[in-house]
Design a binder for this molecule. Sequence first.
Ligand SMILES: [Zn+2]
Ligand SMILES: [Zn+2]
Length: 220
Amino acid sequence: MDKTNEVCSRIIGVLSSDRCPVCAMLYQDEFDSLCRWAGKSGEAYRDSEQRIHLVNSGGFCNYHFWQFQKISSHYGSANVCVDLLGKLLVMLNSGKYKRNLNILSAENTRKCPLCYELKQKEADYLKELVVVLEDDGVKTKYVSGCGVCMPHFIKLMDYSNDKSLLEFLFDTQITQIARIKSDAESFIRKMNPSSRWEQTKAEKKSWLLAIEKIVGRNGV
Ligand SMILES: [Zn+2]
Ligand SMILES: [Zn+2]
């Protein structure tokens, strides 16, 4: 299976997950990638291409560094940090006693390799999503699911000039948001202990879907 077909079949498969399909795939990619970084955090990988890349990038961003430490061993974290601290010492020594330390600010020194990887993948997924949505069968599956979150909905607009597809995406987004809102309202109405047994599955998870629909997955 070539890369494009693989992405297409992943998108179609993830439509049943009841989450933003792009977020769901990136969530899995992020976890897989963090596991790979953690797996190569030992001393033995100090001269590996991956470690050199991480050190040259200045380490992960704040969010990914804390995610990384959750699955890395303490020794793995220490190993990676020793290299990064070494780099920081070289930079501090070269800028000693200077007042303007903008050159050391995170924006200038840190280009998180995991953020970069996920940005590339996100672009691939959005590009392929508009392709798979040309199929009427896929459209039906898409409508019955949660659809894309608002951040991905906005980005998706840059990936197609097909007027009928854009209309479909807009109409579907409105339908899905109205459905989640209605489920959340019913969920609240049935909050009394005596009514809670009447809450549907969709109502019970409406608060989670609502947050994801508004802002996308955690860390987007
Ligand atoms: Zn999303
Ligand atoms: Zn990052």
